[in-house]
Write a protein that binds this ligand. Structure first.
Ligand code: SAJ
Length: 424
């Protein structure tokens, strides 16, 4: 790799624009600012811009508010609604899929359109968003359409006016600040020089190793990482479905099988949530529908899981005249507030829609119920203690730490559906 000093000689005089201040962009902006760079975050939501400029944040992530507050107070980080000129542009916007499970890269295209007028010779554009294979090349083409005064990078060309690379985010929600620094990173450039250029920036805060490749491989690597996890969770979920039929305790089974030195089965749950693992494998399936067979089957197994949990709850409720059901957890996984694509939320919404009983919802990581539940007469947002005392049926949907501490004696007279195995 070329000398770090050559491209970013002085963070104090390098301005970085981070487009998208969400679960990935905000931590990246905060960490870059903490390394001395001048960081300008671009966000389309005025409420978020105001919050950040007051040193506050809009998401739950350990220690992040402290980092953002310090960066804002030091004058190193500010948020704006409109992009400004910078030396580096980091794109960290969502890449959802459309109704027919095709990747939607319109947020990236819009970000590129917004920054293109501000690009100048020597600038670096880094895509952090998880993206379908070929997106980094498309960014080059989108910029070229708007700025044909700039010489675009090519795979086999050393010289170009700007550099474009993909450095897929790999951080685990809940451990973002640690993983942002400690994880290895993959950087794929349009050309080797683009990748090196981006690596010089990431070296300022990444303690893990930085591995260079081309854009397509970096894109595919990220998708494959999440598809790998999805397939492994699907295996665990399939086992739990089979164990229900065979009257075997799946948690005991997995813990015993995992005593084998080369077996490491993951945990079953109510389904796979979040904005990554439940989405990214579809980008591979969309690109290679005939070949991606295991990946598709895993997606289908994990997507079917909330329905199976719902059936179980309904079956328990049918045994009672006026069932009171405690639903523990709404977020898609433990100890965070993130409700996106949450199977727990989906299950509770369906219970409310179908009026299965009185629902006592407990979610320690949010302050108010999401609108979809707040409007329902049969749903009340309560503290854990109240739910445990009043419910006939206890359903564990998310394995938050507060729930693990529950006194087991309290469970004895109740029907318990523990989808996470916290009271196994
Ligand atoms: N889950 C299970 N059983 C398990 C593990 C997870 O049911 O044994 C469920 C969780 O409850 C959750 C879902 O799977 O609903 C996904 O959770 P997760 O913790 O596996 O992953 P995410 O979505 O929070 O973050 C993933 C990470 N990818 C991998 O671990 C390969 C993270 O490193 C990525 O940066 C992130 O996706 C992303 O942004 O792509």
């Amino acid at each position: 790799m070329s000398n770090l000093q050559s491209v970013f000689p002085d963070p104090l005089h390098t301005r970085i624009s981070v487009y998208g201040l969400g679960y990935v962009g905000l931590p990246v902006a905060g960490v870059l600012a903490s390394r001395g760079f001048e960081v300008v975050g671009v966000e389309v939501e005025p409420r978020i811009v105001d919050l950040i400029n007051n040193g506050k944040i809009h998401i739950v992530e350990p220690d992040l508010e402290m980092v953002v507050q310090a960066a804002v107070a030091a004058g190193k980080l500010r948020a704006t609604l409109e992009p400004e000129p910078a030396d580096v542009f980091v794109i960290a916007v969502p890449t959802p899929f459309t109704g027919d499970k095709q990747p939607d890269v319109s947020y990236i295209e819009n970000a590129v359109a917004a920054i293109a007028p501000h690009l100048k010779k020597g600038d670096l554009v880094v895509l952090e968003s998880t993206s379908p294979v070929g997106t980094t090349e498309r960014i080059r083409d989108w910029i070229h359409q708007r700025r044909n005064d700039l010489v675009m990078p090519e795979p086999d060309k050393e010289e170009a006016d700007i550099h474009i690379a993909h450095c897929p985010e790999r951080v685990l929600p809940g451990s973002v600040l640690r993983e942002l620094v400690d994880n290895d990173r993959i950087i794929g450039g349009i050309s080797p020089r683009c990748a090196e250029h981006a690596a010089e920036l990431y070296q300022f805060f990444v303690r893990g190793e930085i591995h260079l490749t081309n854009g397509r491989t970096a894109e595919m690597a990220k998708l494959v990482e999440n598809a790998f996890r999805d397939v492994n969770i699907a295996f665990a979920n399939e086992l739990s479905n089979i164990c229900d039929e065979l009257d075997v305790n799946v948690w005991e089974l997995i813990s015993l099988a995992n005593k084998h030195p080369r077996v490491n089965i993951l945990a079953p749950g109510p389904g796979v949530g979040g904005h990554c693992i439940a989405v990214d494998p579809w980008f591979i399936i969309a690109a290679s529908p005939g070949k991606a067979k295991v990946i598709r089957a895993a997606r289908e197994i994990n997507d079917e899981k909330p329905q199976l949990v719902l059936e179980k709850i309904k079956m328990a409720a049918r045994k009672l005249r006026t069932p009171v059901i405690a639903c523990l957890g709404l977020s898609y996984k433990r100890d965070i507030d993130d409700l996106r694509e949450s199977p727990a939320l989906h299950i509770v919404e369906r219970l409310a829609e179908e009026k299965v009983g009185e629902l006592l919802v407990v979610e320690p990581n949010i302050k108010t119920l999401p609108e979809s539940l707040a409007k329902s007469d049969s749903v009340r947002f309560v503290e854990l203690r109240e739910a445990m005392a009043a419910a006939d049926i206890i359903v564990v949907l998310t394995d938050h730490r507060q729930f693990k501490r529950v006194d087991r004696d309290q469970l004895k007279p109740k029907m318990v559906i523990d989808t996470r195995g916290i009271w196994r």
